[in-house]
Design a protein around this ligand. Sequence first.
Ligand code: SF4
Length: 324
Amino acid sequence: MNLTLELTTDQVISLIQQMPPEEKRAVLLALAEQAEVNRTARMDYAEAQFRKLCASRGLNWDTMTEVERENFVDDLICRETSLKHTSYSVVVELKNYRNHHYKDDINELPKKIRDEVYTNPFAFLIGACFDRGMDWKQAWEIPYQIKRRGKLDPAILASMTEKELSLLLESLPRKPRYGIPRGAKTLKDAASLVRDQFGGDTTAIWRDASPTEIKKRLQSIHGVGQGIASMAVRMLHDKWEMFAGQEYQIDIKADVHVIRVFQRTGLTHSKAEEEAISAARRLNPKFPGELDWPAWKIGKDWCFPTKPQCNSCPLTAVCGKHIN
Ligand code: SF4
């Protein structure tokens, strides 16, 4: 008969303490042997990683002297630490700037447009969908202009053909800069989404849904990528205080201003959207989207593509100024 005896850690320690000295010593030697095996495995793993890092920098770990290896490791630790330190300082300053200066940019729009966007959820949806590849103020004016033509209704727009929608967009003083046909598809998809999947109620898209789920819904609309979807979700959070406790699902909208500031400050190394998004997730995991507005604002008002205004920029003390 096999008996299994379950002991707590305290019971095991007390048992060993009661053993005669020679048995106690045998237990300790066995444990030390095991620890040595684990240590050797860990050292082998670390050495393999250093070998790889050396190779990526054109060095050969196996032909290096002990002193060269030591210098290499010291240099690596030093560089990583200072890089992390710089990145976190930039993040702290971005958050500081947001805490002290945040203002809703929609307030810069004329009152009649602002009121439409904030009192009519469908206008909010259409404005957000068009806020890509064109001046943001013009994008948010589009729903207002559609309303003036009596068509700002999901049922009406969803029942129109793409040709009719193209004619409607052609008639507006503000047109999508990336093309009327694409804009018509966006309008059709947004209106159909509301009419067919949410019973004509735009707010049902974001009611009782997580940021991730809402982004997925919005991205089903033609031309709406992860950037626009993230921006819409962040605006819902900032304006209507939605998604408490779910901020970790709200990303930045990595537009040209945000990407430029991230790269110049040293948060990222390339112009790739994905790198900026994952840097924000890594450096501010509780609410990556918190870095969106301050980086956008600083990119728009100080960090110009040419002639950045570093002297007066709020990030000047912490910025790596990687300008080329
Ligand atoms: S303006 Fe200068 S200091 Fe400010 S973010 Fe751009 S490069 Fe950095």
